[in-house]
Ligand binder design. Structure first.
Ligand code: SIN
Length: 481
């Protein structure tokens, strides 16, 4: 497998693989500390080249039909599925996700390409009834232009395709900038784009210095749109940097998801939901449950069943088929998780299971953990943990659940578990979150809008709103006299 991820040059600009001569950075497997590959450290010059290439390609790519563009995207979709195993192994080796989850992510990622290939055919304009007889009023739709897609390490394939799919289908050209922690999956995807036959410059890949690449993208007026998944902190920087040229922005930022279990919930369903939400990708997911609020009437029963399930999770190297929870991405991720648990315990919480890192020669592992009797004073209930820690707080009413859930600047995802339709509906109406899973711990899909309220972002990815993000409306008033 090592051969497959060792790459000579991994930037792809204007149809050429470049960057072999540049300094490179190693990609480290967080499960064992081994080097799994390296990528060139590109900067201003390479980013400028990518912008030139994408800008040139935009002229023709935006003019061919949506049906032709769908043809390329469909080829990419099939290639992703044919190469599922190689993509999945690359992903697991570079960022630690259990191999079965990586396989699932490849399919999830591919569905964005397929869905938007079709949706591109439905970018309809409008004819609006005129107030006078001698005019025809229309709305035409135009691709926004060159798009820069800046993506995180935690979903190395799906976060790219959720952006590339609609951008390419709409007629935009794309510059991908993957995270330095997990760029190799993007390189594999780029190889598949090449195999799918996308014309030169339509899809480009730059790797390297995030600050230099982003600065160059931001300062060049030919880049019309930035689409970013990552932290709220970086999102705010991008908002400021985009102001001078009023660049279009889609931002999918941090989350701090509440998961509420009411006293009429089906406890088995709730435990299944929290397991799916909390421990996916070792808790390193923007939408994973980060604060669990359980009604006093079912608190002990829930914790007992939850602990039983968590105790069975096997932790280890994601390449082992039987592993359910892989490593954290790096040492600072581990330190954050450990700090959250220690702070909670120091302030009176109790560890039900886990609560410590796992000794491993070079891997970065933390035991799947439940901490009970937490409260709002604890860091674990105030910040995104991004790790396999489930803090559980006892609540006494729906009103308390709503108040606690909304008491955060974030508004990405929330989960509720109740069998009562009226109660669930009222609760959701009061929750300020862009995504709500009701008796469902895994709400993501290509055809639905994914994104957050408040400081969790701007805009939506996926679904028809995900396409709108790459299209401008042009109102045309036609005088008929
Ligand atoms: C994320 O962490 O933002 C991605 C999660 C998902 O798409 O389900």
């Amino acid at each position: 497998m090592e051969e497959q991820v060792k790459i000579k040059a991994c930037m792809h600009i204007g149809g050429e693989w470049i960057g072999e001569e540049l300094n490179s950075k190693n990609v480290i497997n967080p499960a064992n500390g081994e080097t799994v590959g390296s990528f060139p450290i590109g900067g201003e010059k390479e980013t400028q080249m990518a912008i030139d290439a994408a800008h040139r390609a935009f002229e023709t790519w935006s003019e061919i039909t949506a049906y032709e563009r769908a043809g390329y995207l469909k080829k990419l979709y099939h290639l992703m599925l044919e190469n599922q195993e190689e993509l999945a192994q690359t992903m697991t080796l570079e960022m630690g996700k259990p191999i079965n989850e990586s396989r699932g992510e490849v399919v999830y990622a591919a569905t964005f390409i397929e869905w938007f290939a079709e949706e591109g055919k439905r970018v309809y304009g409008e004819t609006i009834p005129s107030h006078v007889g001698a005019k025809r009023l229309q709305v035409w739709k135009k691709p926004v232009g060159v798009v820069a897609a800046i993506t995180p390490w935690n979903f190395p394939a799906a976060m790219l395709t959720r952006k590339m799919g609609p951008a390419l289908a709409a007629g935009c050209t794309v510059i991908m900038k993957p995270s330095g922690e997990s760029p190799l999956t993007a390189v594999k995807l780029m190889e598949l784009c090449e195999e799918a036959g996308f014309p030169k410059g339509v899809v480009n890949l730059v790797t390297g210095s995030s600050s230099k690449i982003t600065k160059t993208l931001m300062e060049d007026e030919r880049v019309r749109k930035i689409t970013f998944t990552g932290s709220t902190e970086v999102g705010k920087i991008l908002i400021r940097q985009s102001a001078d040229q009023v660049k279009r922005l889609s931002l999918e930022l941090g989350g701090h998801a509440p998961l509420i279990v009411l006293d009429d919930a089906d406890i088995d369903k709730a435990v299944k939901g929290v397991m799916a939400s909390k421990f996916r990708n070792a808790g390193q997911t923007c939408i994973c449950a980060n604060r669990i609020y359980v009604h006093a009437g079912v608190y002990e029963a829930f914790i007992e069943k939850f602990a039983e399930q968590v105790g069975q999770l096997k932790v280890g190297d994601g390449m082992d088929e039987s592993v359910a929870v892989g490593p954290l991405i790096n040492q600072s991720g581990l330190e954050k998780v450990s700090h959250h648990v220690k702070d909670a315990v120091a302030k009176g919480a109790t560890v039900v299971t886990g609560g410590e890192s796992i000794d491993s020669s070079n891997g970065v592992f933390y035991k799947p953990t439940i901490v009970k009797d937490v409260d709002a004073s604890m860091v674990v209930m105030q910040e995104e943990t991004f790790g396999p820690v489930a803090p559980v707080q006892k609540i006494y009413s729906d009103e308390e659940a709503i108040k606690l859930a909304n008491s955060t600047p974030y508004g990405l995802a929330a989960y509720i578990f109740t069998e009562n339709v009226a109660r669930g509906t009222k609760l959701i109406e009061k929750l300020n979150f862009g995504i709500v899973g009701w008796n469902d711990g895994a709400p993501s899909a290509a055809q639905v809008p994914f994104g957050g309220m408040k400081e969790s972002g701007i805009g939506r990815e996926g679904g028809h709103e995900g396409m709108d993000a790459f299209v401008e409306s042009q109102y045309v008033s036609i005088g008929m006299e």
